[in-house]
Ligand binder design. Sequence first.
Ligand SMILES: [Zn+2]
Ligand SMILES: [Zn+2]
Length: 212
Amino acid sequence: MLRHCPTCGRSSKDVRFIADFCESCVAGRLSGSVPGYADLLSCRGCGRLKTRSGFAKPDASSIAGVIAAQMRGKFSVRVLRVDRDTAIVEFSTAVDDCPVSFTRSIELRRAHETCTDCFRRSSGYYEAVVQLRGDPDSVRRTLTGLTRYVEKNDAFVSKVETLPYGVDAYTSDKLVTAAYLSSRGIKAGRSYTLYGMRHGKRLYRNIYSVRL
Ligand SMILES: [Zn+2]
Ligand SMILES: [Zn+2]
């Protein structure tokens, strides 16, 4: 049976219908229900974007995740293009089990804060000290390897102290530091210093003494 859309008059001969309306009127109505903006919060230090699962590289997929969350999960979201203030976004959903999608330009309202990593970096935070001693070439090589490894694992070296008999490297993450040492088969003496309490738990810094 031939039908006509009550809103625009188009005929079911020319366009797909979803319930009583043509697809483009359904998409138009949904498009009007979407806020024309999204709030993006980025770290002023590293530029990463705040998402539900922490700070992430700001790309089409992380921005799509933030926009989808702000639309309360009513749409799946694909970011087609993004510049500083605007994103071109494709929204998809289903109405009466029929897939509907539309494309809209969304204003990006940007704000900034400092992520924990950048805060820690700027305040010289450390959880572990690796005391490298012995042959100067081996010390230098191991320091380079350690620095690369911790940075690859979202941690950092906050300070390196050069001493007459080696170096002390201060690292921001004791688990990552321990993983580096064990992955390279480096044997280390361990000791601990108490540096504070959090939520009633004692916090320790790990000190690793390595003879190379
Ligand atoms: Zn219509
Ligand atoms: Zn940051």
